[in-house]
Design a protein around this ligand. Structure first.
Ligand code: SF4
Ligand code: SF4
Length: 338
């Protein structure tokens, strides 16, 4: 069922939902960007529509709501282990089509990746519902159309198109119709806004021969990439983490175990027992990341990991473009075929 709402009607709906759910959405933080006097759009709690940033792409994804950067899993003493409590209240997260597709990738990794379900992820995931934010036009560096993530038809309770003043909503969950109808909203045929073209286009090669591992294209990143890991931090589909034990006592027998976000681009990620380290060169790390996103994951699950959000391009201090690299890989593959 579709509705068109004024701002006050939409706020009435959010207030009603807020009684049961924590509401998260992209929020503009003025002056809190990484450089002096720059802004940043990150996910945060919201109470009403004025707090939601509808017109900019979020610099950081929703990912930390599902997989916090640092998450205490359990506490331990010499004799007892106790799982950490989680916030049991339900949550609604506003996100765009590419990020809806990223949720599918996170679910794949944490819930459908071999015999074991990640129970810590599942507990949080089970509490979360999604609202789709329509995209009337493409943002800078997005290449969702090439990655097939520009449209999404399910997985959300309603979609919302923001038109400057009013909100057009397509309600998918019939349980919510009562809330929208009682806001006084008028009924209207509504379809979520999806982009059909991006300025940036990539071509992902279907097959990548082993020869690509030795290709010259990676060498450029030995010097150019500074291995800061920002690209991993903002990526909605990067799922690597490391385990850290924090000890409360000198004997190391009382403390807590934390899962902390990891990055395949930074020093130490591939260090193994004895001090050995794979992928020392930054170009080798780039190769690992890129092929994982556009080839290795697909070999295992049948679809690409990268959703084409372009956030890694936006955040890289060295202006390294992931979409450019995809096209360079494609060109190298084609060259090798000749
Ligand atoms: S953000 Fe750029 S410089 Fe930093 S690790 Fe990623 S590609 Fe390298
Ligand atoms: S690799 Fe870059 S473009 Fe692809 S999903 Fe991650 S942040 Fe987005």
């Amino acid at each position: 069922m579709g509705y068109t709402l004024t701002r006050s009607e939409f706020d009435q709906v959010l207030a009603e939902l807020g009684k049961k759910y924590r509401l998260y959405a992209p929020v503009l933080k003025v002056g809190e960007g990484r450089f002096s006097e720059t802004d940043v759009v990150i996910y945060d709690y919201i109470k009403d529509s004025s707090e939601i940033e509808f017109e900019k792409k979020s610099d950081f994804s929703f990912k930390e709501i599902l997989t916090p950067l640092s998450q205490t899993l359990f506490f331990f003493t010499e004799n007892v282990i106790k799982e950490a409590d989680i916030d049991e209240s339900e949550a609604i997260v506003f996100l765009r089509s590419c990020d809806m597709h990223a949720v599918k990738r996170l679910d794949q990794i944490y819930l459908n990746n071999g015999r074991h379900v990640d129970t810590f992820y599942k507990k949080v995931r089970d509490k979360i519902k999604f609202v789709l934010i329509g995209c009337p036009s493409s943002f800078q560096d997005c290449f969702c159309v090439s990655m097939g993530t520009n449209r999404t038809e399910d997985g959300y309770i309603f979609s919302v198109n923001y038109g400057g003043e009013g909100f057009d909503v397509d309600v998918k969950d019939p349980d919510l119709d009562r809330i929208f109808a009682s806001s006084g909203a008028a009924k209207k045929e509504v379809k979520a806004d999806f982009v059909s073209e991006n300025e940036v286009q990539v071509h992902v090669p279907e097959e990548v021969p082993n020869a690509i591992y030795q290709a010259d294209l990676w060498k450029e990143y030995d010097k150019r990439c500074v291995a800061c890991g920002r690209c991993n931090l903002v990526c909605p589909t990067c799922t690597c983490f490391t385990m850290q034990d924090a000890f409360y006592t000198d004997n190391g027998k009382v403390g807590e175990r934390r899962r902390v976000g990891g990055s395949c681009m930074i020093d130490g990620y591939s260090t193994v027992a004895g001090g050995g380290q794979y992928r020392r060169k930054h170009g080798e790390r780039m190769r690992f990341k890129v092929l994982h996103k556009i080839y290795d994951f697909r070999k295992r699950y049948g679809y690409d990991m990268c959703v084409g959000c372009g956030r890694c391009d936006d955040v890289c201090p060295e202006y390294i473009s992931f979409s450019n690299i995809i096209n360079k890989v494609d060109a190298a593959v084609k060259e090798g075929e000749q």
